[in-house]
Design a protein around this ligand. Structure first.
Ligand SMILES: Cc1ncc(COP(=O)(O)O)c(C=O)c1O
Length: 306
Protein backbone atom coordinates (compact mmCIF):
# COMPACT_ATOMS: atom_id res chain seq x y z
CA UNK A 1 0.00 0.00 0.00
CA UNK A 2 1.37 3.49 -0.81
CA UNK A 3 2.27 5.88 2.01
CA UNK A 4 -1.10 7.50 2.75
CA UNK A 5 -1.62 11.20 3.43
CA UNK A 6 -4.55 13.57 3.02
CA UNK A 7 -2.58 16.05 0.85
CA UNK A 8 -3.87 19.42 -0.32
CA UNK A 9 -7.33 18.03 -0.93
CA UNK A 10 -7.51 16.87 2.70
CA UNK A 11 -8.98 13.64 1.34
CA UNK A 12 -8.31 9.98 0.91
CA UNK A 13 -9.47 8.11 -2.17
CA UNK A 14 -10.20 4.45 -2.76
CA UNK A 15 -9.89 3.46 -6.41
CA UNK A 16 -11.32 0.06 -7.26
CA UNK A 17 -10.68 -0.88 -3.65
CA UNK A 18 -7.11 0.47 -3.41
CA UNK A 19 -6.51 3.36 -1.00
CA UNK A 20 -4.61 6.19 -2.66
CA UNK A 21 -3.36 9.63 -1.52
CA UNK A 22 -5.36 12.35 -3.35
CA UNK A 23 -2.37 13.57 -5.44
CA UNK A 24 -2.02 10.09 -6.94
CA UNK A 25 -5.77 9.52 -7.39
CA UNK A 26 -6.03 9.73 -11.17
CA UNK A 27 -8.78 8.88 -13.61
CA UNK A 28 -8.36 8.34 -17.33
CA UNK A 29 -9.61 11.15 -19.55
CA UNK A 30 -11.31 8.37 -21.52
CA UNK A 31 -13.44 7.41 -18.53
CA UNK A 32 -17.10 7.81 -19.47
CA UNK A 33 -17.77 9.48 -16.14
CA UNK A 34 -15.54 12.31 -17.34
CA UNK A 35 -16.67 12.27 -20.99
CA UNK A 36 -20.43 11.98 -20.50
CA UNK A 37 -21.26 12.04 -16.80
CA UNK A 38 -21.90 8.33 -17.36
CA UNK A 39 -21.79 7.41 -13.68
CA UNK A 40 -23.87 7.17 -10.52
CA UNK A 41 -22.98 8.30 -7.03
CA UNK A 42 -23.97 8.59 -3.40
CA UNK A 43 -22.98 10.88 -0.56
CA UNK A 44 -23.27 10.01 3.08
CA UNK A 45 -21.58 11.06 6.27
CA UNK A 46 -20.46 9.52 9.52
CA UNK A 47 -21.56 10.27 13.06
CA UNK A 48 -19.08 8.96 15.63
CA UNK A 49 -17.30 7.10 12.84
CA UNK A 50 -20.46 5.23 11.72
CA UNK A 51 -21.73 5.83 8.16
CA UNK A 52 -25.35 6.95 8.46
CA UNK A 53 -27.98 4.93 6.55
CA UNK A 54 -25.25 3.19 4.56
CA UNK A 55 -27.48 0.26 3.49
CA UNK A 56 -30.11 2.71 2.25
CA UNK A 57 -27.50 4.73 0.33
CA UNK A 58 -26.16 1.59 -1.34
CA UNK A 59 -29.70 0.54 -2.17
CA UNK A 60 -30.23 3.91 -3.87
CA UNK A 61 -26.89 3.54 -5.68
CA UNK A 62 -28.18 0.28 -7.13
CA UNK A 63 -31.49 1.95 -8.02
CA UNK A 64 -29.58 4.74 -9.81
CA UNK A 65 -27.38 2.21 -11.61
CA UNK A 66 -30.50 0.36 -12.82
CA UNK A 67 -31.82 3.74 -14.02
CA UNK A 68 -28.86 4.04 -16.40
CA UNK A 69 -28.88 0.32 -17.34
CA UNK A 70 -25.72 -0.43 -15.36
CA UNK A 71 -25.13 -3.44 -13.10
CA UNK A 72 -22.41 -2.62 -10.58
CA UNK A 73 -19.36 -4.86 -10.84
CA UNK A 74 -18.89 -4.85 -7.05
CA UNK A 75 -21.29 -6.22 -4.47
CA UNK A 76 -22.72 -3.98 -1.75
CA UNK A 77 -20.67 -5.93 0.80
CA UNK A 78 -17.45 -5.30 -1.14
CA UNK A 79 -18.20 -1.57 -1.24
CA UNK A 80 -18.96 -1.63 2.50
CA UNK A 81 -15.59 -3.30 3.09
CA UNK A 82 -13.78 -0.63 1.02
CA UNK A 83 -15.63 2.05 3.00
CA UNK A 84 -14.66 0.62 6.37
CA UNK A 85 -11.01 0.23 5.24
CA UNK A 86 -11.05 3.83 4.05
CA UNK A 87 -12.61 5.12 7.25
CA UNK A 88 -10.09 3.28 9.34
CA UNK A 89 -7.16 4.73 7.39
CA UNK A 90 -8.78 8.16 7.33
CA UNK A 91 -9.33 8.24 11.09
CA UNK A 92 -5.57 7.72 11.59
CA UNK A 93 -4.83 10.80 9.48
CA UNK A 94 -7.61 13.15 10.59
CA UNK A 95 -9.44 13.86 13.82
CA UNK A 96 -12.48 15.28 11.97
CA UNK A 97 -15.69 14.78 13.94
CA UNK A 98 -17.72 13.86 10.88
CA UNK A 99 -16.51 12.34 7.64
CA UNK A 100 -17.94 12.88 4.18
CA UNK A 101 -18.09 9.74 2.02
CA UNK A 102 -18.75 9.91 -1.72
CA UNK A 103 -19.12 6.65 -3.65
CA UNK A 104 -18.94 6.93 -7.45
CA UNK A 105 -19.28 4.15 -10.01
CA UNK A 106 -18.48 5.15 -13.59
CA UNK A 107 -19.11 3.01 -16.64
CA UNK A 108 -15.35 3.13 -17.18
CA UNK A 109 -13.19 3.75 -20.23
CA UNK A 110 -12.84 2.32 -23.71
CA UNK A 111 -13.18 3.51 -27.28
CA UNK A 112 -14.69 7.01 -27.47
CA UNK A 113 -18.38 6.85 -28.35
CA UNK A 114 -21.74 7.10 -26.63
CA UNK A 115 -22.63 3.40 -26.94
CA UNK A 116 -22.29 1.95 -23.39
CA UNK A 117 -21.12 -1.37 -24.82
CA UNK A 118 -17.82 0.35 -25.72
CA UNK A 119 -16.92 0.36 -22.01
CA UNK A 120 -14.11 -1.97 -21.00
CA UNK A 121 -15.04 -2.12 -17.33
CA UNK A 122 -16.45 0.06 -14.56
CA UNK A 123 -14.44 2.13 -12.09
CA UNK A 124 -15.27 2.63 -8.42
CA UNK A 125 -14.07 5.71 -6.58
CA UNK A 126 -14.71 6.45 -2.92
CA UNK A 127 -13.69 9.83 -1.54
CA UNK A 128 -13.25 10.34 2.21
CA UNK A 129 -12.87 13.83 3.59
CA UNK A 130 -13.71 15.79 6.72
CA UNK A 131 -17.22 17.23 6.71
CA UNK A 132 -17.12 20.85 7.91
CA UNK A 133 -19.14 21.67 11.01
CA UNK A 134 -22.66 22.92 10.19
CA UNK A 135 -22.88 26.70 9.80
CA UNK A 136 -24.82 27.72 12.92
CA UNK A 137 -26.12 30.94 11.43
CA UNK A 138 -27.95 29.05 8.67
CA UNK A 139 -29.93 27.09 11.25
CA UNK A 140 -30.56 30.10 13.50
CA UNK A 141 -31.58 32.55 10.77
CA UNK A 142 -32.52 30.34 7.81
CA UNK A 143 -31.25 30.53 4.24
CA UNK A 144 -32.63 32.25 1.14
CA UNK A 145 -33.69 30.62 -2.12
CA UNK A 146 -34.75 31.88 -5.52
CA UNK A 147 -37.06 30.14 -7.99
CA UNK A 148 -34.94 29.71 -11.12
CA UNK A 149 -35.94 29.66 -14.77
CA UNK A 150 -33.96 26.44 -15.19
CA UNK A 151 -36.55 23.67 -14.99
CA UNK A 152 -35.74 20.24 -13.54
CA UNK A 153 -35.02 17.64 -16.21
CA UNK A 154 -38.31 15.93 -17.13
CA UNK A 155 -38.55 12.31 -15.94
CA UNK A 156 -38.80 11.05 -19.50
CA UNK A 157 -35.59 12.85 -20.51
CA UNK A 158 -33.36 11.81 -17.60
CA UNK A 159 -35.17 10.83 -14.41
CA UNK A 160 -34.09 13.14 -11.55
CA UNK A 161 -34.69 10.14 -9.28
CA UNK A 162 -31.44 8.71 -10.65
CA UNK A 163 -28.44 10.16 -8.81
CA UNK A 164 -26.17 10.24 -11.83
CA UNK A 165 -22.86 12.01 -12.41
CA UNK A 166 -24.61 14.39 -14.77
CA UNK A 167 -25.68 17.33 -12.61
CA UNK A 168 -25.45 20.06 -15.24
CA UNK A 169 -29.17 20.80 -14.89
CA UNK A 170 -28.61 21.61 -11.21
CA UNK A 171 -25.28 23.34 -11.87
CA UNK A 172 -27.02 25.83 -14.15
CA UNK A 173 -29.76 26.41 -11.57
CA UNK A 174 -27.41 27.06 -8.66
CA UNK A 175 -25.32 29.35 -10.87
CA UNK A 176 -28.40 31.48 -11.47
CA UNK A 177 -29.24 31.48 -7.76
CA UNK A 178 -25.73 32.41 -6.67
CA UNK A 179 -25.62 35.24 -9.22
CA UNK A 180 -28.69 36.62 -7.47
CA UNK A 181 -26.91 36.31 -4.13
CA UNK A 182 -29.10 33.42 -2.90
CA UNK A 183 -28.00 30.29 -1.09
CA UNK A 184 -29.71 27.89 -3.51
CA UNK A 185 -32.31 27.57 -6.25
CA UNK A 186 -35.80 26.11 -6.30
CA UNK A 187 -36.43 24.19 -9.51
CA UNK A 188 -39.87 23.77 -11.09
CA UNK A 189 -40.94 20.98 -13.42
CA UNK A 190 -42.29 21.42 -16.95
CA UNK A 191 -45.83 21.78 -15.52
CA UNK A 192 -44.77 24.65 -13.27
CA UNK A 193 -44.87 22.73 -9.97
CA UNK A 194 -42.11 22.90 -7.39
CA UNK A 195 -39.69 19.92 -7.41
CA UNK A 196 -36.64 20.46 -5.18
CA UNK A 197 -33.54 22.57 -4.72
CA UNK A 198 -30.31 21.71 -6.52
CA UNK A 199 -29.05 19.27 -3.87
CA UNK A 200 -31.90 19.01 -1.37
CA UNK A 201 -35.60 18.23 -1.12
CA UNK A 202 -38.04 20.98 -0.28
CA UNK A 203 -40.92 21.16 2.19
CA UNK A 204 -43.61 23.66 3.14
CA UNK A 205 -45.89 24.05 6.14
CA UNK A 206 -49.48 25.11 5.40
CA UNK A 207 -51.49 25.53 8.57
CA UNK A 208 -50.57 22.37 10.49
CA UNK A 209 -49.81 20.30 7.40
CA UNK A 210 -46.26 19.48 6.31
CA UNK A 211 -45.99 18.95 2.54
CA UNK A 212 -43.26 17.85 0.14
CA UNK A 213 -43.69 17.28 -3.62
CA UNK A 214 -44.15 13.65 -4.73
CA UNK A 215 -41.31 11.81 -6.50
CA UNK A 216 -43.56 11.78 -9.62
CA UNK A 217 -43.07 15.58 -9.78
CA UNK A 218 -39.51 14.78 -10.95
CA UNK A 219 -37.04 14.89 -8.09
CA UNK A 220 -34.52 12.77 -6.24
CA UNK A 221 -36.10 10.60 -3.57
CA UNK A 222 -33.86 11.89 -0.79
CA UNK A 223 -33.15 9.60 2.13
CA UNK A 224 -33.60 12.48 4.58
CA UNK A 225 -36.97 13.15 2.94
CA UNK A 226 -37.94 9.48 3.26
CA UNK A 227 -36.81 9.35 6.89
CA UNK A 228 -38.73 12.51 7.76
CA UNK A 229 -41.92 11.25 6.08
CA UNK A 230 -41.63 8.08 8.14
CA UNK A 231 -40.94 9.94 11.39
CA UNK A 232 -43.85 12.30 10.73
CA UNK A 233 -46.26 9.41 10.09
CA UNK A 234 -45.02 7.50 13.14
CA UNK A 235 -45.59 10.57 15.31
CA UNK A 236 -49.07 11.10 13.89
CA UNK A 237 -48.21 14.45 12.28
CA UNK A 238 -50.14 15.77 9.29
CA UNK A 239 -47.46 15.08 6.70
CA UNK A 240 -47.94 14.29 3.04
CA UNK A 241 -46.62 14.32 -0.52
CA UNK A 242 -48.46 16.76 -2.78
CA UNK A 243 -47.71 19.01 -5.73
CA UNK A 244 -47.64 22.75 -5.05
CA UNK A 245 -47.01 25.89 -7.07
CA UNK A 246 -44.32 28.52 -6.49
CA UNK A 247 -47.10 30.86 -5.26
CA UNK A 248 -48.04 28.34 -2.57
CA UNK A 249 -44.37 28.00 -1.71
CA UNK A 250 -43.94 31.71 -1.05
CA UNK A 251 -47.19 31.94 0.91
CA UNK A 252 -46.30 29.02 3.23
CA UNK A 253 -45.83 29.76 6.93
CA UNK A 254 -42.61 27.71 6.99
CA UNK A 255 -40.26 26.31 4.34
CA UNK A 256 -37.26 24.06 4.82
CA UNK A 257 -34.94 21.86 2.78
CA UNK A 258 -33.50 18.46 3.65
CA UNK A 259 -30.37 16.53 2.70
CA UNK A 260 -28.03 14.02 4.34
CA UNK A 261 -25.29 16.53 5.09
CA UNK A 262 -27.58 19.43 6.14
CA UNK A 263 -30.40 17.45 7.77
CA UNK A 264 -33.29 19.95 8.17
CA UNK A 265 -32.35 23.47 7.10
CA UNK A 266 -34.85 26.35 7.51
CA UNK A 267 -35.58 28.67 4.57
CA UNK A 268 -36.67 32.15 5.59
CA UNK A 269 -36.60 34.09 2.32
CA UNK A 270 -37.64 33.18 -1.23
CA UNK A 271 -37.23 35.55 -4.18
CA UNK A 272 -36.37 38.25 -1.63
CA UNK A 273 -39.66 37.84 0.26
CA UNK A 274 -39.86 36.74 3.88
CA UNK A 275 -41.40 33.37 4.64
CA UNK A 276 -43.79 33.53 7.60
CA UNK A 277 -42.26 35.63 10.37
CA UNK A 278 -38.86 35.57 8.65
CA UNK A 279 -37.38 33.29 11.32
CA UNK A 280 -37.14 29.49 11.41
CA UNK A 281 -40.57 28.20 12.41
CA UNK A 282 -41.58 25.88 15.26
CA UNK A 283 -42.56 22.94 13.04
CA UNK A 284 -39.22 23.05 11.19
CA UNK A 285 -37.37 23.07 14.52
CA UNK A 286 -39.50 20.25 15.88
CA UNK A 287 -38.88 18.10 12.78
CA UNK A 288 -35.14 18.71 13.01
CA UNK A 289 -35.24 17.66 16.66
CA UNK A 290 -37.13 14.46 15.79
CA UNK A 291 -34.67 13.76 12.98
CA UNK A 292 -31.71 14.14 15.36
CA UNK A 293 -33.35 11.75 17.83
CA UNK A 294 -33.81 9.18 15.05
CA UNK A 295 -30.21 9.67 13.91
CA UNK A 296 -28.80 9.31 17.43
CA UNK A 297 -30.81 6.14 17.96
CA UNK A 298 -29.57 4.72 14.64
CA UNK A 299 -25.94 5.37 15.63
CA UNK A 300 -26.47 3.91 19.12
CA UNK A 301 -28.00 0.76 17.65
CA UNK A 302 -25.17 0.45 15.10
CA UNK A 303 -22.56 0.89 17.86
CA UNK A 304 -24.20 -1.81 19.95
CA UNK A 305 -23.75 -4.24 17.05
CA UNK A 306 -19.98 -3.59 16.64
C1 LIG B 1 -30.95 16.70 -6.39
C2 LIG B 1 -30.97 16.26 -4.96
N1 LIG B 1 -32.14 16.24 -4.30
C3 LIG B 1 -32.21 15.86 -3.02
C4 LIG B 1 -31.08 15.48 -2.31
C5 LIG B 1 -31.19 15.04 -0.88
O1 LIG B 1 -30.98 13.65 -0.76
P1 LIG B 1 -30.53 12.97 0.59
O2 LIG B 1 -31.51 13.36 1.64
O3 LIG B 1 -30.57 11.52 0.30
O4 LIG B 1 -29.15 13.47 0.90
C6 LIG B 1 -29.85 15.48 -2.96
C7 LIG B 1 -28.65 15.07 -2.23
O5 LIG B 1 -27.57 15.10 -2.68
C8 LIG B 1 -29.78 15.87 -4.32
O6 LIG B 1 -28.63 15.90 -4.98
Amino acid sequence: MPQLSLGNQNSLVSINGNLTPPEEAMVSIFDRGFLYGDSVYEVTLTYEGIPFLLDEHLERLWHSAAGIAMTPTWSKDEIKKFISEGLEAFSKLSDAKRQYIRVIITRGGGEIGLDPSLSNGQNLFIIFRPLPEPIKEYYEKGVDLVVTEVIRTPKKAMDPNVKSGNYLNNVMAIKQAREKGAYDAVMLNDKGFVTESTTANIWIVLGETIITPPIEAGLLGGLTRRTLLQIGMDKGLKIKEQNFSPETLTSASEVFITSSTREVLPVTRINGELIGSGSPGPITKKLHQLYKEFRDQYIKTAQSKL
